[in-house]
Design a protein around this ligand. Structure first.
Ligand SMILES: Cc1cc2nc3c(=O)[nH]c(=O)nc-3n(C[C@H](O)[C@H](O)[C@H](O)COP(=O)(O)OP(=O)(O)OC[C@H]3O[C@@H](n4cnc5c(N)ncnc54)[C@H](O)[C@@H]3O)c2cc1C
Ligand code: FES
Length: 300
């Protein structure tokens, strides 16, 4: 994409030109934490295109309720014995119309899925990547961790980080989902916390982030080369953005704004983003995000 095209948010390259639609077979669908399920479905052409931080839209085939799809982050990508991507995993919190029905879908049933969508996390030179997740916000970070640790190549070059840390917080231990998957990522520094102290640090994920930043500064003399990426409830992302600003480290947030079309048409998903002249404008989270520079977000 040329620079001119990049500056024009209405250019067709911002739409879902690289996406594919699948009626995909469900391979597995199982509960992995309290009210939280992991679903795997077969979609090789889509799986081979997905980059860390992108999302998919999902709808149950032949069901009209909900009529429109719902966005879920790509949690993991499964490969066959030859290393060719075959399946995608999403991890979802049971919440409303789609997700309460999704739990009833056994292996062998079909799902309508389209994607990959959104900008995802771009590869950037980073010494220490600190991923901060709250609630169900851990879902974009398995693939990102693997990419920055040099364990998986998602069809693009990514400079390897010296250190990758995940700070992951939930209300209590039973809500922490996918911990075993994160533990299986070789070299990942995993820091858990819970509001009630049932697992990991007893307190907020922002406190864990500050502990990691302190340790990083002690080890390297400064926080140069640190990059924070964050996903979770909006107040938590705003707090993480504030901590990052105080510590003078760059921060990107992956927003979970409600969406209707997912492909740039309906403007349901807009968020206020600061412009270079100091004013703000609405940006569509589905095509100009979901990943944004945290310092540019107008939170209220
Ligand atoms: C890019 C992106 C990635 C996402 N990834 C995941 C993921 O990996 N796992 C996951 O569980 N969820 C994820 N979400 C959130 C998920 O799409 C919503 O929670 C979705 O509404 C669930 O669909 P549902 O039909 O079950 O609930 P709905 O019937 O749509 O909604 C239930 C309730 O939640 C409210 N709601 C709807 N969307 C949101 C939202 N984004 N934030 C807060 N409240 C909302 C509604 O107003 C309603 O009250 C993501 C969202 C985005 C935009
Ligand atoms: S969801 Fe329709 S424009 Fe973003």
């Amino acid at each position: 994409m040329s620079t001119e095209q990049c500056d024009n948010p209405l250019h067709a390259d911002y739409y879902a030109d690289d996406s594919v639609h699948y009626t995909a077979e469900v391979i597995e669908n199982e509960e992995v934490a309290q009210d939280t399920w992991r679903i795997r479905f077969r979609c090789p052409a889509m799986a081979s295109k997905c980059k860390p931080g992108q999302f998919i839209m999902l709808k149950i085939t032949d069901r009209d309720d909900p009529l429109i799809g719902r966005p879920l982050a790509v949690f993991d990508i499964t490969v066959d014995q030859q290393g060719v991507p075959t399946d995608l995993d999403a991890v979802y919190l049971v919440k409303g119309n789609l997700t309460t029905r999704l739990v009833e879908l056994p292996a062998g049933q079909e799902l309508d899925v389209w994607g990959p969508l959104g900008n995802g996390f771009l590869p950037q030179q980073t010494r220490h990547l600190i991923m901060v997740a709250g609630g169900i916000g851990q879902t974009p970070f398995v693939t990102l961790a693997r990419e920055y640790l040099g364990l998986t190549n998602y069809g693009r070059d990514c400079p390897q980080a010296e250190e990758v840390t995940l700070c992951y917080g939930a209300r209590n231990e039973s809500l922490l989902a996918g911990v075993d998957t994160f533990q299986s990522v070789e070299g990942l520094n995993l820091r858990l916390c819970t509001d009630d102290g049932s697992r990991g640090h007893h307190g907020l994920v922002t406190e864990v982030l500050e502990q990691v930043l302190v340790a990083d500064k002690e080890a390297y003399g400064s926080n140069n080369g640190v990059r924070v990426v964050c996903c979770g409830p909006e107040p938590m992302m705003e707090a993480v953005a504030g901590v990052s600003q105080r510590w003078n480290v760059s921060c990107q947030v992956s927003l979970e704004t409600p969406m209707a079309c997912g492909i740039g048409i309906c403007f349901t998903c807009v968020t206020k983003v600061l412009q270079s002249d100091g004013t703000w404008d609405y940006k569509r989270t589905c095509v100009e995000g979901p990943v944004f520079d945290a310092s540019k977000i107008v939170w209220h």
